[in-house]
Design a protein around this ligand. Structure first.
Ligand code: GMT
Length: 375
């Protein structure tokens, strides 16, 4: 039987919004009615899609409100949509403040009227949620959700220990559409970026400090001295200008391309030989999974959920946070040994297809919803 599902997420560039939007689109394809509730249209939600609706949170202004009351406005919109569209379930992605708004909405509507599923994504648990100004409300809101999922075993353990939460948490990992994310012909891009046949290293992120994009540049600076190569940086965010300055200071501006935000990652991955993800914290690493699906081996740090994704010595390599030399050695090893690099690339694709394909993971969400709804 089809369900009516509300989805709330951050609409901007970021893994949690991508997971939420792709999940909503997949559920709609399966015949469920999906209502996105957010302050802007989610990044990957474009054009008319059957069974998909979007509701914008309205924020009334008032001179007394020095700080916008988003949590309250979101809860009111959730109530409105749940009542008008007869939602069965509200699935909120990224706990702060979405799980709190959902709790409020459900209490106001009545516990039997609406169920809440909260998906924990990363810094909502490992960073921001731990701030004393948020922690008690976060813990309460997570505990009050009817169902809670985390994107890796690592994140589940962190939530249970950091917050002392006494609740079962289902691990449902990130996923990728392996029919869409598959290696294509990257020659046109390669001709522009690496005209002399150089190797191409790539990194995709939102350029926040936690992504350690300066490490990406320093790793590349070591690699390029041994293997003729170019670096492609995709995305934008607070650290972009620091990174541009670092490239300038190292005298490698001409070897590095800052592409900014891009919508077609498949064509960029198809022109790439290696993906770098030296993050300080990473609960899953969705952009690394998307690279693997496109047959790009990954060299990453060993933090968080990354070891659950990257199989060391098989689909890529992992090293301690900040160990630039080791990550550079791994990268050089793969870039110098094409037979090995291709073997890793194939193994990465296989892992994406077998373990993290959208069909399999969306099935898990659907089953979980039915359990929460008791259907
Ligand atoms: O926690 C964040 O940094 C925000 C979040 C996002 O919206 O980008 O990213 C997290 O969620 C992704 C999707 O589940 C995961 O793939 C990322 O690993 C995770 N980021 C971190 O843990 C830093």
């Amino acid at each position: 039987m089809s369900m009516k599902i509300g989805i709330t997420c951050y609409p901007t560039y970021g893994g949690s919004g991508v997971v939420a939007t792709e999940l909503g689109k997949e559920l709609a394809k399966r015949g469920h009615e999906v209502h996105f509730i957010s302050y802007a249209v989610p990044m990957r939600l474009n054009g008319f899609i059957k069974n998909v609706f979007y509701h914008e949170v309205e924020m009334a202004q008032y001179p007394l409100f020095e700080f916008p009351l988003y949590t309250t406005a979101l809860a009111s919109k959730m109530i409105d949509v749940a009542q008008f569209e007869y939602l069965d379930l509200l699935h909120v992605h990224y706990a702060i403040p979405h799980a709190t708004s959902a709790y409020l909405a459900r209490e106001i509507l009545g516990r039997d009227r609406l169920k809440i599923v909260t998906t924990l994504h990363g810094t909502d648990i490992t960073l921001v949620g731990l701030e004393p100004s948020y922690l008690p409300v976060m813990k309460f809101s997570i505990e009050q959700s009817d169902g809670v999922t985390a994107v890796s075993r690592f994140l589940r353990e962190k939530t249970l220990t950091n917050y002392g939460i006494n609740k079962s948490i289902e691990v449902i990992p990130n996923f990728v559409d392996v029919k869409l994310y598959r290696r294509g012909n990257g020659e046109a891009i390669r001709k522009v970026i690496a005209p002399k046949g150089e190797r191409v290293l790539v990194h995709v992120s939102n350029f926040r400090a936690v992504k350690r994009v300066t490490d990406v540049i320093r790793i590349f600076d070591v690699v390029r001295k041994s293997v003729p190569s170019k670096l492609v940086l995709v995305g934008d965010g607070p650290d972009r200008s620091v990174c541009e300055k670092l490239c300038h200071d190292l005298g490698i501006d001409h070897e590095v391309r800052f592409l900014g935000k891009q919508t077609n990652l498949v064509e960029i991955h198809s022109a790439s030989d290696l993906f770098l993800m030296p993050s300080q914290s990473e609960s899953f690493g969705l952009s690394a999974l998307e690279a693997m699906a496109c047959e790009v081996p990954v060299v990453s740090s060993s933090v968080g959920g990354l070891p659950e994704l990257v199989v060391h010595g098989e689909t890529g390599y992992i090293a301690e946070i900040g160990d630039i030399d080791r990550m550079a050695r791994y990268a050089i090893d793969l870039l110098r040994n094409e037979e090995k690099r291709l073997r890793f690339a194939e193994a990465g694709r296989r892992r994406a297809v077998e373990q993290f394909n959208s069909e399999k993971i969306v099935d898990q969400y659907e089953t979980y919803y039915r359990t929460v709804l008791g259907k």
